[in-house]
Each structure stands twice: as C-alpha cells, then as structure tokens.
Design a binder for this molecule. Sequence first.
Ligand SMILES: [Zn+2]
Ligand SMILES: [Zn+2]
Length: 346
Amino acid sequence: MILHYPCPNCGAEMTYDIKKGKLHCGHCSGEIALSSIIQQSTSWTAEGGTSTEIDGKILAGAEYHCPNCGGLMITKDKETSTMCAYCGAPMILTDRLTGKRRPAKLLPFQLDRQDAEKAFRKWCRNGRFAPKGFTSAENIQRLKGMYIPYWLFQFDTRVDISAQATNVRIFRQGDYQVTETEFYDIQRAYKLQYKDIPLGASRQLEDGEMAKLEPFNFNELKTFDMPYLAGFDSSSYDFDDGELSPSAKDKVRKYAGDYAQGAVSGYSTVHLNGHTVNFEREEEAFIFVPIWFVDYNYHGKVYKFMMNGQNGRIAGTPPTSRGKMAVWWAGISAVLFIITFIGSMI
Ligand SMILES: [Zn+2]
Ligand SMILES: [Zn+2]
C-alpha cells in the first residue's frame, strides 16, 4: 500500500517542509499542518501495492505502482519510503510500517536541503580538490534526506562495586611521628538507569559510519507519523532489537565501569576490586533518525558524504583529484619562488 499526499487545492504531490514543519505543495504553495492530517488520515489514499509484510518480515522484490503516474517500482530490500523514479512523487509504503516495524518515534530533520548543499560545498572545499563530477550540480541534486532505522535501549541496572580503601592520618606524639592507617572493605550497590542507548539497525550504513554522526539529541524525539516521510527515503531495520541488545548491554557495562571508577571517594587511597552489572529491566523502541546523504563512485571507490540532519555534524572523506592537487602545489611553489626572488633583490 502506498500513501501519498496530493494537494487539496491543485492535486500536486505535497512533501514535508522541514523549516515549516508542515506538508507543503511546491506547485501552489498550499500548506497543511500535521495535526490536521493526523485527524483526517482516513481521507488520504493508500493504494497500488501488494502486501509485503508477514509476521514483521519484509518480502524483498515487491512491486508497487506509483499512485501519481502509474510507473512500476521495484522496491529495494527494506525500503519504507522513497520518491517515484519517473515523476518524483513521494511514496510511503505503509504496509512495511506496521506492527513492530512501525517506528515508535522519529527525530524530525532540522536542517533542510539548502543547509545540506551549503555544507556539502564547504566540505569539498568548494571543489578545489574534488573531481569535477563530485561537485557538479547533478551530483549535488542526488543529495537525499534519509531516515535511518535505530533501536533505542533503556535499562534498569543494579551495579555492585567492591573496593578496598585506606585513610591515613599522620600526627606527632612526643618525639614520634605516628602514621595511622585505617583499612576499609567496601561493598556498594547502586540502582542505575541508562536511557537512550542508540544502536544503528541498518546494514546499508556501518555502525562506525553512523557513530561519526552521533550524538543525536533524543530529547527532540516526536511520535512517529507518516507525513514526516513525504519526500524522504527511509528503510526498516535489518537488525532487530534482540540482535542488538547484547551490543547495547556492552555499552552500558562500559558506562557502569566508568561510574564505578569515580563512585568511591573521600579516602586517602581507593583500590577498585571490580564491579558487576545486573540488568533488571530492558525496554527498547524502534526509531528513525535523519541524515543527508550522497555517495559517489570515483576510480572504483565509493565516497560518501553524510550529515546529521539534526545538528549538521559531518562524516566521510571527499575524493581528491590528483590533477587538481598537482596544479595547486605548482601554484604554491611558483608563489614561493617569486617571494624568494624579490627578497634577494632588496
Ligand atoms: Zn497545490
Ligand atoms: Zn510516479
């Protein structure tokens, strides 16, 4: 099933406008607030697809027809929203966004296409070293806003810390200096709650790549709703909560270790024997986080530009054109030569 938002005034396809936080019609400039769409959701059409969700699993290779132009679309693996390849209409594949695969929350984009293009040009140093194709208008147009699947974990833990500590007191007694050492065996238990532990759930982007874009500010999470996806790519998770839970727990063990290091204080010396972490309660939520993305194949290698759609943090390495680098160095040495030459004349 495909959901899209034809403009009530002119019928053109509406997309979500990041700066306005509303659906916007590029044709007649009509706008609709999300709150009114949510109320009217039954009047919007979802049509033209085959059901692909069985028991929370997505079947690959499902075919959909664009409700705007009728064009046939073969979906990519876990795709949940995209633009029609023929007419550019936003398409939201609602049957892949049901049950467990419906995100509980989403971080809406704060930075729009203009912001992303500006950051991309700056990142390429305005094309000084990058090959021509990379900074071409055509490539910049390929920049797309994507929602990436994440799992957010929350744990209630009991952390037991065992330590030995001493208190040393030095004082004079007659002709003697006395050193008095008190020894303590310390056992402490803490109830610690760890919130918003994020784990990337997409195979398309490696966890390390996404980690460079973090942190995301999860205080700004909004309840998920379909209109947020109008005009953006998104995909469902490749890894479910069960698969990622052990990695989330590893993160918590590390945080608990850091906590244990500083937990016992107020003594002359502290030696930590160790700590144990017991997980007493676990909760998880499937969410979408926003990035701007473009990849580029240059001399057989894929280069990626990725920008956090919330705070503008950037990851990736731009390709450098050897020809352009050589010209730049030649330019520098010529300048140096001239300066030296004038210097020696004076
Ligand atoms: Zn319109
Ligand atoms: Zn179309």
